[in-house]
Structure formats: C-alpha cells, structure tokens
Design a protein around this ligand. Structure first.
Ligand SMILES: *Cc1c(COP(=O)(O)O)cnc(C)c1O
Length: 390
C-alpha cells in the first residue's frame, strides 16, 4: 500500500493535506485547542445549540428514562416513542405533511435518492451539489445530468433535451451552498421542474435553523410550502446535535420507511440525540432570538471585513468566504489567525475548485460582540502581514 504514502506526500506538497485539530472543550464561540483558547469560526453550530444547557438537560433526562441506544434498526425494534415524537414535531415545525429522521444528513440523501429513481430515470443535479447528494445519485444508477450552478435556464434546456428519453425525472439542489453561502433560486427551480413534470428535491442542511421564519428553512424562506416534493435537512448544524431529516408528503415518508436503505439497514439516532433535537425544536418554536442574533453577527462581520478590503464573495447567508485564491496562502492565513487567537480553517481543493482557496468564516449566535471585535483585529493584522489587504 505504498501508493497511499506517495499520495499523502503529494497532498502535503500541494498544500492540500488536511490537518485535523483536536478540541478539548465544548463546541462554542471559544474552543480550546492544544491548551490554547481560540475564537471559533469553523463550526456549523449556527445557533450555539451544541452546548446549550437546555439540550444537555433534555438529553440527560431522556437517558434516565430510555437509556442510550435504540438497540436495533427502526423497522425491527429500534423505534422509540421519542423518534415518533421528533418526526411529528419536525413536520409541524417545517409545515410538511410528514418527516422521517435518519442518522445524518449524509444518510438522508443516500436513503432518499435511490428510493425515488433508478435505471431508466434521470437526475438533474446542480454542478456544485454536496458530496452526499452526488453519492446518493450514483447509488441510484439513474443517469446523472449536471446543470450549471444556480442556473434555471440551463436546467430548462437540459430537461427539454431529455424529454421522452427517461421514465422519471428528479431535479436536486443544495438549498444553501456551503462553500460560498449562496442560495438556490428555488422559486425558478419549482417552475422549471413543474413545466417538465420533474420531481424537485432540495437539501437544506445549511438553511435549517438559519433561513425562513424562526429557522424553518429554505422552503419557508421562499414561501413554497407544498411545492417542493422532497426537503432534506440535518440536525448536525444549526440544531447542534446529529441526525438527518426528510420532509414531504405522507406517501413519500411511508415509501422511505419501506425502501430507504440506511433506514432499513442501519440503527436509529440515539436517545440523547433525539431528546436534544426535540428540545432544539422547542427553543426554535418559542422564540426567534437566536436566529436574529446569528444574522446580526454575520451582517456585522460581513460589513467590517468588506470595509477592510477583503473579497468576501457573494454570500447571502451567515457563511462568509474570505477569498484568497492560492491554497498555500489560505493555509498560511489560517495558521497566522490561529497564532492571533482565531480558529478559521482554510478550504482548498477538492472541497472547492483549484485556485479558489479561501478562509471560511462561520458565524454563530454564540459569538459575543467582544469575540467579533477581537477576531476582526486578527483578520486585519494577518491580512496586512500577508499583503492581502493594504
Ligand atoms: C453538512 C451537509 C450534509 C451532511 O450532513 P450531516 O448531518 O453532517 O451528515 C448533507 N448535505 C449538505 C448540503 C450539507 O451541507
């Protein structure tokens, strides 16, 4: 297996080798790495729920009542009262007929796409879709036709060209594209999909808890209830826990419970996870404060970074891509930020295209104003030291 060592060496030479940091604290606005406290801009913990006292208490209570593990796949014996409750609560929260939960957003895509389409069908997939969508598409064995990123005209053209050649048609897109923070043009995609009788699926992993009224997601953001056939989501980001969601019609959810392979052949979310997610739904339904705080923090950071002269791309969400281009420069930038007390990871190929390396600044409701001011000082100092800004 020497080829693996050679490939790893190549990654290191190209500045693309990912060094994984170990954290010795909860996932909050400040985290501890190698004994040092750093202001954290790497987590998808948008609402600060990963370390929320109410989620922790709910998980502990549920452990006392139900234990830890479900002990089986859900179709055999692993569905507890809590799993059913969470699905009912999520369906009400999202304004959908029904919801199925899975172990993660990744497995939600693997469960859904191959259950809907197969050989002889066609999937129209945004060229920048998340890896789990791509893998779900491949597993389905349907024909995969990539359309230009966020381009409904290109989708329309490709659907027109494919008319009559396949049995079923599925259009699939990320809701929020996590590396740039841009949002899919869902109203236009709905129109195009409808015009060609195609099913429409959106993966709203980064919109859950972020977009829409009180964080109800991208379908709510655009007021498209009932018009998007399949809405996938995750509870590992804004919800601060772990777990996948598929929301849609009752018949869709019934079918996924019969034919979603990660549902049938892999055990369910654990008791503390489910209880913590239920508490997260409570918190989101009670108040919009956390969502508002997230956006206030993100808008402040965007404004300040732009004023300093950084290129912050075209994000319309709390994700800020600080565009640097060269992968080595991005890594150096991240390293120097760390020396200045700020944790913000460099992102390079293959996560983003070659030549478009960046620092990704993930804002959260957990950051205090002091955290942001201190971090901005570090961005300014490192940006000047590396000649990125004047
Ligand atoms: C993060 C992400 C996932 C994976 O979610 P997990 O719950 O962490 O497995 C799936 N799809 C998209 C678009 C994501 O951003």
């Amino acid at each position: 297996m020497d080829y693996l060592a050679t490939q790893i060496q190549e990654l290191k030479e190209q500045g693309l080798y990912n060094t994984i940091r170990t954290i010795d604290s909860p996932m909050g606005a400040r985290i501890v790495i190698d004994g040092k406290e750093l202001i954290n801009f790497c987590a998808n913990n948008y609402l600060g729920l990963a370390d929320h006292p109410r989620l922790k208490a709910a998980a502990k209570r549920a452990i006392d009542e139900y234990g830890i593990g479900p002990g089986a796949v859900r179709t055999i014996a692993g569905t507890m009262r809590l799993h059913d409750q969470l699905e009912a609560r999520l369906a009400a929260f999202k304004g959908a007929e029904a919801v199925i939960t899975l172990q993660s957003g990744f497995t939600a895509n693997l469960a859904t796409i191959p259950a809907l389409v197969g050989r002889g069908d066609a999937i129209f997939s945004d060229q920048l879709n998340h890896a789990s969508i791509i893998d779900g598409c491949r597993l389905s064995r349907a024909e995969i036709i990539a359309y230009e990123h966020n381009n409904p005209q290109d989708l329309r053209q490709k659907l027109a060209d494919a008319q009559g050649k396949y049995t079923r048609y599925l259009v699939v897109t990320d809701g929020v594209f996590s590396m740039d923070g841009d949002i899919a043009p869902l109203p236009e995609l709905v129109q195009v999909a409808k015009a060609f009788g195609a099913m429409l699926m959106v993966d709203d992993a980064h919109g859950e808890g972020v977009l829409g009224r009180g964080g109800r997601g991208i379908v709510d953001h655009f007021g498209l209830h009932g018009q998007v056939d399949i809405e996938v989501g995750t509870m590992s980001k804004a919800f601060g826990v772990i777990g996948g969601i598929v929301a849609g019609s009752q018949v869709l959810i019934d079918w996924l419970k019969q034919r979603g392979r990660p549902f049938l052949f892999s055990s369910a979310m654990t008791v503390p996870d489910v209880a913590a997610c239920l508490e997260a739904v409570d918190i989101l339904e009670e108040s919009q404060d956390l969502v508002k705080r997230l956006w206030d923090n993100a808008n402040f950071m965007k404004h300040e970074l732009k004023t300093m002269g950084f290129d912050i791309g075209n994000s319309s969400t709390p994700i800020i891509p600080l565009m640097l281009g060269d992968a080595h420069l991005a890594r150096q930038f991240s390293q120097q930020l760390m020396e200045n007390g700020v944790f913000a990871m460099a992102i390079g190929y293959p996560t983003v295209p070659k030549g478009l390396a960046r620092i990704r600044v993930m804002n959260t409701a957990a950051h205090q104003h002091d955290d942001l001011e201190q971090a901005l000082d570090a961005f300014l100092a490192v940006g000047k030291a590396l000649g990125v800004i004047q």
